[in-house]
Design a protein around this ligand. Structure first.
Ligand code: HEC
Ligand code: HEC
Ligand code: HEC
Length: 95
């Protein structure tokens, strides 16, 4: 809300977000992308390497409502890790 008290305040979805905040209620997110509990994933190292959101989430900027573009299966994760020289140790993603 540090940002959305000032930015895009009149947009309906932001008003909805503010409603939860004002009522001090947790937001009932509908999860779309969700790995199993035994998978460790963290956005930071990816964003830090300049990987675009769309590489994993598809063309979200064209979606009125986010849907699953493709499943982020182990093959996809490991495929990119191989290609970019990132770790493919089991322990990297399963700990
Ligand atoms: C390397 C692949 C990758 C990149 C790049 C990436 N994400 Fe993700 N994102 C994931 C995965 C995997 C999950 C699910 C994580 C989990 O289940 O713990 C996720 C989850 C999310 C979620 C929660 C989804 C939901 O259904 O609730 C949001 C929001 C999100 N990402 C936004 C972004 C944004 C914004 C960017 C770019 C700044 C980005 N992601 C870049 C892989 C990626
Ligand atoms: C589009 C390419 C790409 C995809 C897809 C991708 N990764 Fe990565 N990932 C990277 C790169 C590149 C790094 C290395 C970042 C660095 O060296 O700092 C990385 C780093 C990581 C790290 C940190 C490794 C460490 O040594 O600390 C984890 C954990 C991770 N990825 C998990 C996943 C999981 C789980 C998925 C699938 C859901 C996934 N990644 C999909 C490119 C990708
Ligand atoms: C870069 C991330 C990454 C690495 C490295 C990785 N995994 Fe995975 N693994 C995943 C993700 C994401 C899933 C869940 C999605 C899926 O089932 O494809 C998964 C799922 C699994 C599953 C469950 C499959 C099933 O059908 O239920 C097993 C078993 C597994 N991994 C074993 C391993 C072993 C063994 C290694 C090392 C040789 C390894 N993984 C390395 C990301 C990774």
């Amino acid at each position: 809300m540090g940002c959305h008290r000032m930015v895009a305040v009149s947009r309906p979805e932001i008003a909805r977000l503010r409603g939860y905040w004002e009522r001090k209620q947790p937001i009932r997110w509908a999860r779309i992308v969700k790995e199993p509990d035994y998978v460790f994933f963290n956005h930071f190292p990816h964003i830090n390497k300049g990987i675009r959101c769309q590489e994993c989430h598809g063309p979200v900027e064209t979606m009125a409502q986010v849907k699953l573009d493709h499943t982020l299966s182990m093959n996809v994760c490991v495929g990119c890790h191989r290609q970019k020289g990132a770790s493919v140790d089991c322990y990297t993603c399963h700990r």
